[in-house]
Unconditional design. Structure first.
Length: 458
């Protein structure tokens, strides 16, 4: 890193989220190229070469960038619909609309989703896209393009559905792919977009949608495909009581046992929600190191329930946070999920002992990196890691009287992002995107939402 261009951030509180939860009340961090070079207490060394910028971050907290482990970007253009439905009724209401999406809609929706997350401190995002209408265009390419332009690291979870209504599934038949088409298109996405390198901006996961929209053959063959290609696996699991009943009726077992029977437990797998899990389910996830994407706001919006996050963590299950789709979490932000994860879990069995502020921050950073298989690269502040980091302004009226900066970030109002870096490249300054026009994105997402609504009325 000797000849690298350096950015120095100093005079800020630092929460590293490393293995020892190291924190500095006043510290510094040096970015060299796309990596973290050094960090520690006090000011930065005075003899650094090639320093192109120094940031006096007094009144700020520096943390790892937030990692979103579950989202459906396309839902940005169907927000505010079916607001009083549970999951199954919500899906039945919205599938006919979603089945009419096309490439321009998906691109605009991805821009909107990514913009809201990036403005709120997300540096790595996941998109689980599983609706591929015939003739809709290159939807995976549109998502990857939007993330590349925004400058956000992306895990593209290429989803699929092959169990339509006529086969006992929830989606209408015209909204699903055939098994062979889904597998072929998923492998093509891996070929075109997956980058296995340390500093990859785009990685691909194999991601059939859910037990009630996917055949057993698609689940099994997707697991085989992912392991043959060396990529991760993602799906929805144990989200609702209805899903539990559905699995018992169709397969004669609960969701976790069903997933294990199809090869879907393992350290290369993570599942969204995992709300309705018993002790044996949690033990199976812990034994196999299967990860969980916890989506507290969406779980509340769809009245799914409270996930047993404290028990999952105590058992050693990797857990990260997810926004989920913005048709079930209209805010579309991950930094507010830090607070919601803490508050909602304190309504569960563990009450005030459920989660603390630092545990919530870990879920949104290192926990998410673990779940996505990228903990060696990002999710914590440590020399040699990728310079994915966020500078939060805690000098505002909303935070000024909270002495502990991590508590201010998690329990206080949503903190403004003064600067956000992905691989050492700044993507946000003073709460505004540096590489995208927010007003233009607002106009295009509004126009595409209106166009989709008109198509859905036909």
């Amino acid at each position: 890193m000797a000849a690298a261009r350096r950015t120095v951030i100093e005079n800020c509180a630092i929460a590293t989220v490393d293995a020892h939860d190291t924190e500095y009340a006043r510290g510094h961090l040096v970015i060299a190229g796309n990596r973290i070079e050094t960090l520690g207490p006090g000011g930065a060394p005075g003899n650094l070469e090639n320093v192109v910028r120094r940031i006096d971050a007094s009144g700020h907290l520096l943390t790892p960038g937030l990692v979103n482990t579950h989202h459906h970007f396309y839902q940005w253009i169907t927000r505010g619909l079916a607001t009083d439905h549970n999951l199954f009724d919500w899906l039945v209401a919205l599938y006919p609309t979603w089945a009419r999406i096309d490439e321009p809609m998906v691109y605009a929706a991805a821009q909107g989703s990514l913009a809201m997350m990036a403005r709120g401190g997300v540096t790595t995002a996941t998109d689980h896209h599983y609706v591929f209408p015939r003739g809709a265009g290159d939807l995976s390419g549109a998502i990857v393009r939007a993330a590349r332009e925004m400058g956000v690291r992306l895990t593209l979870a290429r989803g699929s559905m092959d169990r339509g209504e006529s086969d006992g599934g929830l989606p209408p038949d015209f909204a699903v792919e055939s098994l062979d088409d889904a597998l072929a298109a998923t492998e093509a996405a891996v070929d075109e977009h997956h980058d296995a390198s340390f500093d990859a901006m785009t990685q691909v996961a194999v991601a059939p949608c859910s037990p009630f929209s996917v055949s057993t053959d698609l689940l099994k063959q997707s697991a085989e495909l992912a392991r043959r290609r060396g990529v991760r696996l993602h799906t929805h699991g144990s989200e609702t009581v209805q899903e539990e009943q559905f699995c018992h009726e169709l397969f004669g077992m609960g969701p976790t046992d069903y997933f294990e029977s199809t090869g879907w437990l393992g350290e290369d797998v993570w599942m969204a929600h995992c709300v309705h899990m018993n002790d044996s389910d949690i033990a199976a996830f812990a034994r196999t190191r299967t990860g969980v994407a916890h989506c507290p706001s969406s779980n509340a919006r769809l009245a799914a329930g409270i996930a047993r996050v404290p028990d999952l963590l105590a058992a050693g299950v990797p857990v990260g946070l997810g926004v989920d789709g913005t048709a079930s979490n209209e805010a579309g932000e991950l930094h507010t999920e830090l607070r919601n994860a803490l508050l909602i879990n304190r309504l569960g069995a563990h009450r005030e002992a459920a989660l603390g502020a630092r545990q919530a921050l870990r879920l949104g950073t290192y926990g998410g990196a673990q779940v996505l298989g990228r903990a060696a690269e990002t999710g914590l502040l440590e020399p040699g890691k990728l310079a994915d980091l966020v500078l939060w302004n805690l000098g505002t009226l909303a935070h000024s009287s909270i002495a502990d900066p991590v508590t201010a970030l998690v329990l206080g109002a949503a903190a403004p992002v003064t600067a956000s870096f992905v691989g050492g490249r700044q993507i946000v300054e003073d709460g505004r995107l540096l590489h995208a026009d927010e007003d233009a994105i607002a106009r295009s997402t509004r126009a595409e939402a209106q166009r989709l609504a008109r198509l859905a009325e036909r």
